[in-house]
Design a protein around this ligand. Sequence first.
Ligand code: SF4
Length: 589
Amino acid sequence: MTQLILQQQIERLLTVVEKPSRYIGGETNETVKPDATVRVALSYPDAYEIGISNQALQILYGLINDRTEAAAERVYCPWPDMADAMRLQQVPLFTLETWRPVRDVDLFGITLQAELTYSNVLELIDLAGIPIRSEDRTDRDPIVLAGGPSASNPMPLAHFIDAFFMGEAEEGLSSIIEILDTVKGREERLDRLAELPFLYIPARGERPVERAVFANFSIDMAPTKPVVPYASAIFSRASVEVMRGCTRGCRFCHAGTWYRPVRERPVEDVVKAGLEQLNCTGYDELSLTSLATSDWSGVARAVTEIKAAKPELHLSLPSNRVDTGPVALAVAANSRQRSITLAPEAATQRMRDIICKTITDEMIEKAIKSAFAAGYTSLKLYFMIGLPMETFAEVQGIVDLGFKAREIGRRQFGEGGKFTVHVSASNFVPKPHTPFQWDGMAAPEQLRVKQEYLRRTLKGRQLKLSLHDVRTSMLEGAIGRGDAITGDVLEAAWRAGARFDAWTEHHREDAWQAAFTAAGRDLEVEATRERDPLDPLPWDHVRSGVTKEFLLDEWWQSRAERPTGDCRWDGCSDCGACVGPVRNRLVEA
Ligand code: SF4
């Protein structure tokens, strides 16, 4: 098919599908480099409006396009109406920038941010016309590479991905591009890529793979020219990553181990990058992002300096800890904002000690009071249910805290005051490389009983409750700690129609249940099964930097209901993440 015919076919498809703007490209700050010798297609395996908002992919897009020899283009997962039409008309998956077939690139890079996008990974590969299994690919096919946090357990996708990038890609990317530029032939390229310590190439066997850490995070400038979506996106704002890593040590949190140690950006660089981004994009909102922005040493000074330069700017500080300091900061950042989120994660002191969330009841209450006193009229409180060692007292604690927050709100705004306490309770899903990696999920019937209790009790004026779908949480748990057989299940489910699993309207429970059964497994057993610390884990060959001994010790500390201090302030707890120049780097407040 010639390029002209392909373009005409795409144009015809765009007249019949929902939201054609998802596929046309041409946004502000898009880059097109016809003369590049290494061509890369970067993909987020979900709809355009989700994928375009992903900061990691924007960073990689900029880094690749900054190199003279390489060009990065983008592709997101076509919505089912578009995918069906493409198959019917035999239109292959194409990039947004040039509408060229993805199969023609050298590297097809897919970011893995969540297990519920895995069926879309297969959908993307298939729509591109690339054989689903790596073993069936030839020189005609690109190298299919996956990275991102969920790659830390590569095994469920090991049949389908040629190479997994472990860790932070900023520095290691250069070596990959250089190999693709100088080495031709699929097998030869894989041989050379297998020499890189941070790449896992399933076809070259299970050897130890080291997580790459971007040691220069604190020194290198943040990207300043993100692509600006003109179709609706979940985030339409400039954003600067102010800090990478978090050492608070929450025992359920994958990012809390995977991105250690903490590296902070200097205030001057953040302010400069933020203002430049605003100029290059036209956004009127800037977000200072990280795993816990209120922990960044420079946050107060940065807020003051940015607001001095742009007083009308909507400045947001996501991922705040529960404390009065962050509430005051949020007010300083954006006095017009009326909603705030606090994440106690657990409502009782006992459970917060188990999960290592070092905040007290008093701190939570004070933060709620300060939020309402500052004029916030929408307060979101975020919790988890189904955590290890949970009793019904923890669920009752969520109800009590919800009502207490309402009472505080009523004291501030009056009995019939216009404010909302929004309680959100998600289901705990154990993740690889965390102290809770050996724990099982709560049984689905237990989760449903607890959800029903929350629904029946936590209701009334000024209260809202949101809960997560138990079926999709169980699927996330069953895939996340899966192995190569889980990959067979994934392929069978996708062939039976599973895609866009995170979208309730598309989730195909029947396809997944049948696929697990056909593989001789049970979805719920896989999700709820505890792992024996003495047994090998499917991801043992992936070295996160944090040692298994540390994780196991943290698991024991959780059983003793004892939190561990944050090494930034309470001394090193010897997790193993700091090696050579890689260590906690804090900036002046
Ligand atoms: S090695 Fe020590 S200082 Fe470094 S991240 Fe781990 S606990 Fe913190």
